[in-house]
Write a protein that binds this ligand. Sequence first.
Ligand SMILES: C[C@H](O)CC(=O)C(=O)O
Ligand SMILES: [Mn+2]
Length: 339
Amino acid sequence: MSTERDILITEVALRDGSHAIAHQYTVEQVKKVAKALGEANVPYIEVAHGDGLGGSTLQYGLSRTNEMELIEAAVSVCGDSKVAVLVLPGIGTITDLKQAVSIGAKMARVATHVTEADVSAQHLSKAKEMGLETVGFLMMSHMAPVEKLVEQAKLMESYGADTVYMVDSAGALLPHQVKERVRALRQNLQVNVGFHGHNNLSLAMANTLAAIEEGAQRIDGSIRCLGAGAGNTQTEVLIAVLENMGIKTGIDLYKLMDTAEEVIAPLLQSPQEITRDNLVLGYAGVYSSFLLHAQRASKKYGIDSRDILIELGRRKVVGGQEDMIVDVADELARQRKAN
Ligand SMILES: C[C@H](O)CC(=O)C(=O)O
Ligand SMILES: [Mn+2]
């Protein structure tokens, strides 16, 4: 099969999907998935804790298996595919990144909130020095106006990002909003533009196609939608759609379909679908990885998880403020008691 690629796909189920399974990946599972993705000729496979290197903490959720073991396992079986790692400055350190590189990671994706690109300077420049491919990853992009997004993306470009991603962490953006953002990024950056969506409003595919139409060259997907919230753009479906559009990804569609059906589906406790809570994430513009935390707080405090999520959206809570989820649930419970 041709390895010509018009669009470069990064498969994120082994990182973003970690949120959906409460960071419970085992070495055996990662090996099975990474081997199958390698055989399907997926160019990049992201592996890490859901919140990136160093994310295994009480605040973000403890991993069952040390992520370095998972990265090493993926590298050992994924053939020509490259393993990428996500790192959030403030959570993951340069030391974490160096360790990931020493065991075979080839790409660093440095993620910040959409208005905080300045904190990515050190991580991006060090990653470049280490010879890695570099990505700047601007999360919660729906929270900033287009001009701000462009300003922040230019900062990442100046720090050494080879690609800057517009990240719809909450799955809250609509296709016309994706279009205007990607268009502005393409007009103002010399480097590649990428898009990472979430499917909470059932728009991940439409948003991804909108991004591609405006010139995005790198796209994230999660096989069988195994990502936070309702998951990401479903990779195997995206490959089929792009093939029908004559856009080459170099990925073997049948092998990817088989991986989704035979390797990923058995991993899931329940299918990834748009439940009422996932829908509220997109509706209220809440970080998709807050889902399980909000559901736990809902049980503990006896508050409808939708009320917690709506309140978090109203307060414009962002990644790194996971402690606010419990605060909000506690506050709502006290208010209910007082009334
Ligand atoms: C740390 C987040 O889960 C990164 C991500 O995938 C997103 O913002 O979306
Ligand atoms: Mn994500």
